[in-house]
Design a protein around this ligand. Structure first.
Ligand code: GDP
Length: 443
């Protein structure tokens, strides 16, 4: 997964600081030296690193940090905020024209993921009840039009094409007309890429730009190419006014430097991040979430959003109430396991949870269906009373449950232990969250 190396290194640096009651200027300098190396190793642009370190240092060596009771935490917070700032501060939303259709021009080098991202963008818009039209302006790459048509069919979005014998400028013009006549509120123009930036490509893009007058010019860059992605963005931006960047292939083992440098170098925000070959809706890029993910603080907000879309809200609210009032029973435990399974592959979820990046064993854990069935059998062998009051589960009861469920006492013990731990964690959580949510300032 992207950023893994960077996250691990930063966690080591901060691990050292966190435990300290007092942090000296030397400690800060040493930590910043390590952060600097970690960023450079992650392929972040060296000028960006230099500015970043200077800013963090200035704030960290300030009065408040040194006086704070938890200086280590204050420094992590500063780094988190500066990382967020580096990536643009707040989420940069997709433009919306007040005279529809909103026109989006997709540009980029060949293989960056332009066509795939166009499809993902259309899928995202469809999900939000829009009516996107995909326009096929790549007449050079063999099969590019076909690729877009297949994509469109797959996701249920119309594709406008005039074949490969008409000029891209005419296709764009006609595509727009078609959208107006057919009530499409978004037009996504997929343009031709090249292996390298060349004048002919730029000229064609400029001509399409003149005709289509896009509200949004999105440059698609491949995160795996690291600094090269940043250079490409800089060149494009110099010639064509970009409004945003789509960073693809963040699922690969990219070191992440591009995500951290693009905005700082080009001034152009990353609007979307793509993480896979499968056509899923494109994900808006959230600098603050990405920063906390990089710092290994997890991506709790994305996780919560994901949960919201796949978990029954009423059930979740009831579950939450039970957790707070410690009414949580073994039956609820089972139900929750089912809900979590709905969220998707556990290794992906792990990446979003704080501190999990470091727990390699857990990351490699696969949800074992058989295991879940066994847990289910154990819980089902309990009496109602036992499910509600696990504390009455003495040895003879455990033995009976093991026999009844066809498992072993050791397994029953393990499950009860897990359940106890979970309850303890909930207690901690609910006291931390208070009755009305997180205590001040937590993100
Ligand atoms: P284009 O030439 O810029 O239109 O690029 P394509 O959309 O054809 O994509 C080039 C290759 O990259 C294809 O094999 C895609 O499946 C793959 N690809 C695109 N986006 C992603 C992504 O986010 N992650 C991964 N792993 N592969 C991607």
């Amino acid at each position: 997964m992207a950023f893994e190396g960077l996250t691990n290194r930063l966690q080591n640096v901060f691990g050292k600081l966190r435990g300290k009651g007092k942090v000296s200027e030397d400690d800060v300098n040493e930590a910043m030296r390590e952060v600097r190396l970690a960023l450079l190793e992650a392929d972040v642009n060296f000028k960006v690193v230099k500015d970043f370190i200077a800013k963090v240092k200035e704030r960290a060596i300030g009065q408040e940090t040194m006086k704070s009771f938890t200086p280590g935490m204050v420094i992590i917070d500063i780094v988190n905020k500066e990382l967020t700032e580096l990536m643009g501060g707040t989420q940069s939303k997709l433009a919306k024209s007040n005279k529809p259709p909103t026109v989006i021009l997709m540009a980029g080098l060949q293989g960056a993921g332009k066509t795939t991202s166009s499809g993902k963008l259309a899928k995202m818009l469809l999900k939000d009840n829009h009516r996107p039209l995909l326009v096929a302006c790549d007449i050079y790459r063999p099969a590019a039009i076909k690729q877009l048509q297949v994509l469109g069919e797959q996701i249920g979005a119309p594709v406008f094409t005039l074949g490969d014998q008409t000029s891209p400028v005419d296709i764009a013009r006609s595509g727009l007309q078609h959208a107006k006549e057919n009530g499409n509120d978004y037009v996504i123009i997929d343009t031709a890429g090249r292996l390298h930036i060349d004048e002919a490509l730029m000229e064609e893009l400029r001509q399409i730009h003149d005709v289509a007058k896009p509200d949004e010019v999105l440059l698609v860059v491949d995160a795996m190419t690291g600094q090269e992605a940043v250079n490409v963005a800089e060149s494009f931006h110099g010639q064509l006014e970009l409004t945003g960047v789509v960073l693809t292939k963040l699922d690969g083992d990219t070191r992440g430097g591009a995500a951290l440098s693009v905005k700082a170098v080009t001034g152009c925000p990353i609007k979307f991040a793509a993480t896979g070959e499968k056509i899923e809706p494109l994900e808006p890029f959230h600098p603050e979430r990405m920063a906390s993910r990089i710092l290994g603080m997890g991506d709790m907000l994305s996780l919560i959003e994901k949960a919201q879309s796949s978990i029954d809200a009423d059930k979740a609210a009831e579950m939450e109430r039970k957790m707070r009032t410690a009414e949580f029973t073994f039956e609820d435990f089972l139900e929750q396991m089912e809900q979590v399974r709905k969220l998707g592959p556990i290794d992906q979820l792990m990446d979003m949870l704080p501190g999990m990046g470091k727990m390699k064993d857990m990351k490699n854990m696969k949800v074992d269906e058989k295991q879940i069935t066994r847990v289910e059998a154990i819980v089902k062998s309990m009496t109602k009373d036992e499910k509600r009051k696990p504390e009455i589960l003495n040895h003879s009861r455990r033995k009976r449950i093991a026999t009844g469920s066809g498992t072993s006492v050791a397994e029953v013990n393990r499950l009860i232990k897990q359940f106890d731990d979970m309850r303890k964690m909930m207690k901690q959580f609910s006291s931390m969250m208070g009755p009305k949510g997180p205590k001040g300032g937590m993100k």
